[in-house]
Design a protein around this ligand. Sequence first.
Ligand code: AHR
Length: 501
Amino acid sequence: MQSKARMIIDKDFRVGDVDKRVFGAFIEHLGRAVYGGIYEPGHATADEDGFRHDVLDLVKKLNVPIVRYPGGNFVSGYNWQDGVGPKQERPRRLDLAWRTVESNQVGVNEFADWANKAGAEVMMAVNLGTKGIDSARSLVEYCNHPGGTYWSDLRRQHGWSQPHGIKTWCLGNEMDGPWQIGHKTADEYGRIALESAKTMKWVDPGIELVACGSSNRHMATFPQWEATVLEHTYEFADYISLHTYYGNRDNDTANFLARSLDMDTYIQSVVSICDYVKAKKRSRKTMMLSFDEWNVWFHSNEADRQVEPWQEAPPLLEDVYTHEDALLVGSMLLSLLRRADRVKVACLAQLVNVIAPIMTSTGGGAWAQTIFYPFMHTSLYGHGTVLHTIVDCPVYDSKDFEEVPYLDSLAVYNEEWGEVTVFAVNRDLNNVLQLDADMRSFDGLRVAEHLVLEHSDLKAVNTEQQPNNVTPHSGGDADLTDGRLTAGLPKASWNVIRLTQ
Ligand code: AHR
């Protein structure tokens, strides 16, 4: 069967320009993200610094511009000074966030080197759980000050003569969560975040700061947390963070694929809170959003409960992603892009082995999970100006959502490249969706490519043995004639239609 979706894509209906940092990711000292993931001295592909080049190649393919580090929950008990200086003198510590042992063989300098090799910036988080202003401002000085002071000279003595020039910093992590080491009330956090922010910017006025919003929109303290934190930090913060993870625990795929609607509502609510505080403060500054943790996360929950504590880099949060997970990840990317005017930074959580698009086996290979593909497509082609599109398509009701459009779509216009890219998810699990889009406002475009990610089995996965089980093909049937774009979007599929001049 076939159903129809009509769309108008007009080059003058603009939402905002995409900030490339919206295609960021995240590496935490957690499980095998660092050790056995990005860093494995002795691995066949490891370089002189111990970094795996098979992993670096996949990270480069993903085109990730910024990577958040070192946590996550880990950062709230972390002393960054443990991870600098001669490796053999670095302490082994208990990590209370994940109940593991941290060897500190990778720290801020090594990570900055790794990010450089990956072609990405570092987004550094400071510890506002067990630490505070002094540790945060010393870290900014250590990383960003050229030299001639205690901390900058210490960096030079450790072998990094040039400053790392880290621009984007997180003021702690999920401080509203009772699971967080050093959990705080909104007022307690707001005060320490403000004082840390002020001091960090005095060390380096060029940095940008992200204040912690809620851990998700279902926290009991949401949205008052955001309002209170912003009342304290509005002057010195540049962004407020959002985090969310979704799962398909009850195997209700129609409902699962609608979860990006929850993300849309969450973003809209946080924008409203930011603007409320802006009005209250009579401020001319507009607060932007950093969606610095988002993904599907549920497959590994049960296995993680069985893991023995106090191991070094045990497998944790190793979700193996299905085809349907890739569809929701695609929709979540569209939710981020849809608010390109306000969401300026976002980090897929995470990047390697831990709820990640890239998996490795220790001593073995590296491969791309299903969710790798929608992320790669948007990070390669989702640059330019997001356009408001008018869509008319059939809808469905699911357990938690009403009037869910079968078509989830978005268009990005890149005037400089002379390109328009239409991204589309067909949420219909049984039928092809026939897209019919009016694009008469554009001249001289032609279909360059119609990429499709589809699979007959919604639960299909990629593994080390079968790494190409779920991969995109370029056999879509999109056609553009006389300003009318038509395409058959297969059931349960992710589509990328690239139109060029
Ligand atoms: O990404 C995994 C964890 O999820 C992070 O450490 C934490 O910030 C969030 O709860």
